[in-house]
Design a protein around this ligand. Sequence first.
Ligand code: AMP
Ligand code: GLY
Length: 428
Amino acid sequence: MNLLVVGGGGREHAIIQKLRESPAVETIYALPGNGGIAQDAVCVPEIGAKDIGKIVDFARSHRIDFAVVAPDDPLALGCVDRLHAAGIPCFGPDAKAARIESSKVFAKNLMKKYGIPTARYEVFDDPQKALDYLRRGGVSFPAVIKADGLALGKGVLIPQTLEEAERAVRQIMEERAFGDSGREIVIEEFLTGPEVSVLAFTDGTAIAPMVSSMDHKRAGDGDTGLNTGGMGTVAPNPFYTPETAAVCMETIFLPTLAAMRAEGCPFKGCLYFGLMLTPDGPKVIEYNCRFGDPETQVVLPLLKTDLLTVMRAVEEETLGNLEVEWSGGAAACVILASGGYPEHYEKGKTITLPEALPENVTLYHAGDALREDGKLVTSGGRVLGVTASAPTLKKALKDAYAAAEAVDFDGKYLRTDIGKRALAALEG
Ligand code: AMP
Ligand code: GLY
């Protein structure tokens, strides 16, 4: 089969490497892909992930048998709808179902209507009303203020005081710090507890949750600094016990799928549940309509079942007949970022990779490019994800950090405490 993967980050690299293990796969095209992905797929840098028309034309002219649309933007823009209309089977939700991520207002209202546990909230489309609500003491501090639309994971502010909250409302709604995604906002209560990411394959009715994981969203050690796309991940997440998983299945996962069906937008693809294990039980912080990045880089290495088989079962709505199997070990991913990320950083730094890597270590390329002279150079904030799999988390972390040391580029920045909390929880 000829496959097409839309996207060009570390997540897409992990998906492509896993798909390559499938005996049915002949060629994989990555649109646009990146410098490192070019070792594993035919990259088409001229076609960006949001060029929906060009993606569909490419899929037609290259006789694509199956497409995987990985990032949120093309999903929200209806890439899957358009590929389906062209007769191309694909993995990912249609635009209507992708609203579960692309509109936080939609997601929050869905949870309220169907009794799915989440933070208490109010929605505002008028800054004055939002300010009145805050001044009336409608929410206590810290509070959480979220822009409605997609904002590269940055549209969430956590003001500690009324003054900070007022500034946040103005930034999002009046100055449009996150563009049009700030037309509406959600103001919600601040929840506490360990965060867990659960990605799940679903065909709209059946669901196969993947191994749980833990992201590290802040830029600095000790969870300090700005929010980023994610500086590292570990799987499984030790806070997510089998008992918690059972509660989530009953109170969150199955009700969410039923709610989406009832709303006339059944969700097919990978549904990402961002959960907080609060003292009152697990609650939904956010949904994403796609694989997480860098969660995918620790979850897919632990998948034993053929990924293409699973994805086709999702598309054909036969997931309920398939047993999706996982290896019992652990994985850790350490992100190597460009110094200055998530704010200003330089690009074009030459990357030196180790000549050989241990068998249990993989480098997932996220933000790099092949220069004309054949040199691999940095081209983004998150440059590489170094993943190690091992029987224990401790060993996975040791091996990931050792390999991270062996990669070099000017300004390389990494967090030194990925997995520290998880290890502490495991070691009691
Ligand atoms: P989101 O983009 O919705 O995942 O939010 C980004 C991050 O903000 C989350 O990973 C949480 O760490 C934090 N966050 C979002 N909503 C809440 C909430 N209601 N209470 C506490 N923290 C939150
Ligand atoms: N790592 C968080 C996300 O993919 O949204």
